[in-house]
Design a protein around this ligand. Structure first.
Ligand SMILES: [Zn+2]
Ligand SMILES: [Zn+2]
Length: 193
């Protein structure tokens, strides 16, 4: 298989967020996507326009627009990681959202933390859940749709229990599609050589 090294993933902590939690994503995402992964901790975004004061939540689609404007010139995928509660108008909440086949995605730790369900924090579990939802949203960025295999990371999750059932990895079918995407892009760069 050709090297997919020309793909880059930028991870952007959006404050307030637990930075050490975001940091745990870097080696795992690098391993799963076989991409360069960069953590950009220098951008402090103003999300006030994404806040809905009647729901006490942030509109994830608006956060995606804010990220999209800010990272307009970045050549790769951009994953924002945040700790506030996210929604899209038709749903009570979302764990994250992504532009299908696009550049930007966002994921929140809010409902991945046991504290949200009245339990004590379980750090390891939050890390595992965050990785699964981050890989899922990035999968959408690489053009992958939802998968019926309930162990596959592209299986949709409407509750945290469903997040816990699936793995952080792609099933064989999704993995093939992902690497076809990544390596076809690689070949584009080498056209005419
Ligand atoms: Zn999805
Ligand atoms: Zn799959």
């Amino acid at each position: 298989m050709t090297s997919p090294k020309l793909n880059k993933i930028l991870i952007v902590p959006i404050y307030p967020v637990d930075f050490s939690l975001v940091l745990t994503l870097v080696p795992s995402i690098r391993e799963i996507f076989k991409c360069d992964v960069i953590l950009d901790n220098t951008n402090h975004l103003n999300l006030s326009s994404a806040y809905d004061s009647s729901r006490y939540q942030f509109n994830s689609t608006k956060i995606i627009s804010i990220l999209s404007e800010k990272f307009n010139n970045f050549n790769g995928k951009v994953l924002g990681v945040i700790s506030v509660d996210l929604f899209i108008p038709v749903l009570t909440y979302v764990f994250g959202e992504a532009q299908l086949g696009g550049k930007i995605s966002v994921v929140s730790t809010f409902r991945l933390n046991e504290i949200a369900y009245g339990f004590q924090e379980n750090r390891k579990l939050t890390e595992e859940r965050l990785l699964k939802e981050a890989v899922h949203e990035l999968g959408h960025n690489f053009g992958l749709l939802h998968c019926e295999n309930y162990l596959c990371v592209m299986h949709p999750s409407t509750s945290v229990e469903e997040v816990d059932i699936k793995s952080p990895y792609f099933c064989n079918d999704c993995y093939e599609k992902l690497f076809w995407q990544i390596s076809s892009k690689f070949n584009d760069y080498h056209d005419g050589k």
